[in-house]
Design a protein around this ligand. Structure first.
Ligand code: DAH
Length: 402
C-alpha cells in the first residue's frame, strides 16, 4: 500500500499534518487551516465516480484559493497545484489518466483536460486577487498624509566666539588690514624661537605648552607643538611678504590649562601686525583705541600699562573702560572701572632679525603687534558666566544666539 493511502484517502482528503493552524511560517506562508487535498487513486472509472472525484478536487481548489492571504501563500499554492514534478495536476495525470483502463481513457482524458483548464483559470484568478489586495494594502500602509506639518530643520547660526572674531576682523579689515592664517600644529621655531623666546628661557613658562610626542630625535627648533598663541603667524607672514605689512590673524590656540570659568585648553586669539617705515607707539595706541570704539561703542576709553612680552619692546597691556558700568566700578571690573583686554607692543628688533633677509631691517622699519582673546570679549559682550559654556555644545545655551 502506498504510504499516503490511509482510509481517508478514499475520501480524497487528509487533515493537514501540521500542528499549527492559521498562523504564518518563517517564509511568510500562512499555514493551512483547511484539509489538505491529496489526489486519490481511482478504482471506479464510472462517470458517476469520476464526477465525484472531480467535484471533490474542485471543492479542495475552492477551499485553498479562499484561504490565500498573501503573495507567499499564493506562490506555495500555485506550486502545489502546478509543479511539473508532483504537482496536483501532474498527479491527476499520472494517477487518474495514465492508470485508467483502455475503454475509460477517452472519457477520463476529456475530464482531466477540462479540469486542467479550470484549475489554471482558478490559479490565475487567485493571483489577480492577491496581487490587487496586496497592492491595496501597500498603498494604505504607505499613504502619505500631505496635511502633516513638514520637518523643520533649524537654521544654524554663528557660534558667539566666531561672531566676535568676525567682528574684530571686520574692524581691522576696514582699516586696510588683510587676513592671515597659520597652522595649529606649529614648530618650536615659529611658536617660540623666532619670537625671541630663546631655548630654555623662563618666558616660555608663561605659555603652558602641549607638545607633540615622539619629537626627541629632531633638532629642538623643528619639534612640533600645538601653538600657544597666534603670534607665530607674524613671522610666517614676514617670511612670505616684505614690508609694509598690515595683517590680522584669527585662530585657535591650545594650552595645557584645565577648563574652568576663565581657562580652557582650546581657545582663540586674534593677532595683529603692522610694519612700515615710521610706525610709532602712537600708531599702536590710535589703532587699538579706534578698534575698541568700533567694537564696544564710541564712549569707551583705553589705557596702556607697561608689560612684558619677549617679542615686543616696549610691551603693554591695554585696558578698556568697563563696558558695563562705564568706568564707575562694578562686579565685572572688580570695582576698578577698567577691564584688561589685550597685549601689545612695538615689534622687538630681535624678531625682525629673523626675517632680515626679506627686507626687515630694524634700522629702517618698525612695527607694532597686538593679540587679543575673542573668547573673553564674547564673555563680556554677551554677559556669559564662564568659558565652559562656549565649548560644551549645549544647544540650550547656543540657541540663545539664533
Ligand atoms: N601672544 C601673546 C599671548 O598669547 C599675546 C600678544 C601680546 C600678542 C603682545 C602680541 C603682542 O602680538 O604684541 O599672550
Amino acid at each position: 500500500m502506498e504510504p499516503f493511502c490511509w482510509a481517508e484517502c478514499w475520501v480524497g482528503r487528509v487533515r493537514d499534518p501540521s500542528p499549527f493552524r492559521g498562523d504564518t511560517t518563517e517564509r511568510g506562508v500562512s499555514r493551512a487551516s483547511y484539509i489538505m487535498y491529496i489526489v486519490p487513486k481511482l478504482d471506479d472509472y464510472s462517470p458517476g465516480a469520476l464526477d465525484r472525484a472531480v467535484a471533490e478536487l474542485l471543492r479542495a481548489l475552492d477551499d485553498e484559493t479562499g484561504a490565500l492571504k498573501n503573495e507567499s501563500d499564493y506562490k506555495a499554492f500555485r506550486d502545489r497545484w502546478l509543479a511539473r514534478k508532483n504537482g496536483i495536476l501532474t498527479q491527476v495525470n499520472d494517477t487518474w489518466l495514465k492508470a485508467a483502463p483502455g475503454p475509460s481513457k477517452r472519457e477520463v482524458g476529456q475530464r482531466v483536460n477540462a479540469l486542467k483548464a479550470r484549475v489554471e483559470a482558478a490559479i490565475d484568478d487567485a493571483h489577480g486577487k492577491i496581487h490587487a489586495s496586496s497592492a491595496d494594502a501597500r498603498l494604505t500602509a504607505e499613504r502619505v498624509d500631505v496635511t502633516l506639518p513638514g520637518i523643520q530643520r533649524p537654521i544654524g547660526v554663528k557660534h558667539p566666539v566666531l561672531r566676535v572674531m568676525d567682528e574684530i576682523v571686520a574692524v581691522f579689515k576696514a582699516m586696510g588690514y588683510s587676513i592671515g592664517e597659520g597652522p595649529e600644529v606649529e614648530t618650536d621655531y615659529y611658536n617660540f624661537e623666532s619670537l625671541n623666546f630663546p631655548p630654555n628661557h623662563p618666558a616660555r613658562d608663561t605659555q603652558d605648552t602641549l607638545f607633540i610626542a615622539g619629537q626627541e630625535k629632531k633638532p629642538a627648533r623643528d619639534r612640533l607643538l600645538l601653538r600657544t598663541h597666534t603670534s607665530p603667524v607674524q613671522i610666517r607672514t614676514m617670511e612670505k611678504q616684505p614690508p609694509p605689512v598690515r595683517i590680522v590673524i584669527p585662530g585657535k590656540v591650545h594650552r595645557n590649562d584645565p577648563l574652568d570659568a576663565t581657562h580652557s585648553p582650546v581657545f582663540h586669539q586674534v593677532e595683529g601686525l603692522a610694519v612700515d617705515t615710521n610706525i610709532t607707539f602712537c600708531d599702536l595706541k590710535g589703532t587699538l583705541d579706534h578698534a575698541m570704539k568700533a567694537l564696544f561703542g564710541s564712549s569707551v576709553k583705553t589705557r596702556f600699562y607697561p608689560s612684558f612680552f619677549p617679542f615686543t619692546e616696549p610691551s603693554a597691556d591695554m585696558q578698556v573702560s568697563c563696558i558695563f558700568c562705564g568706568g564707575k566700578g562694578c562686579r565685572t571690573c572688580k570695582f576698578s572701572g577698567w577691564i584688561e583686554l589685550l597685549g601689545c607692543g612695538m615689534v622687538d628688533p630681535n624678531v625682525f632679525d629673523f626675517v632680515k633677509h626679506n627686507g626687515y631691517d630694524s634700522s629702517k622699519i618698525s612695527g607694532f603687534a597686538f593679540g587679543m582673546g575673542p573668547d573673553r570679549i564674547a564673555l563680556l559682550k554677551y554677559g556669559v558666566e564662564g568659558l565652559q559654556a562656549f565649548f560644551e555644545g549645549d544647544m540650550r545655551f547656543l540657541e540663545q544666539f539664533a
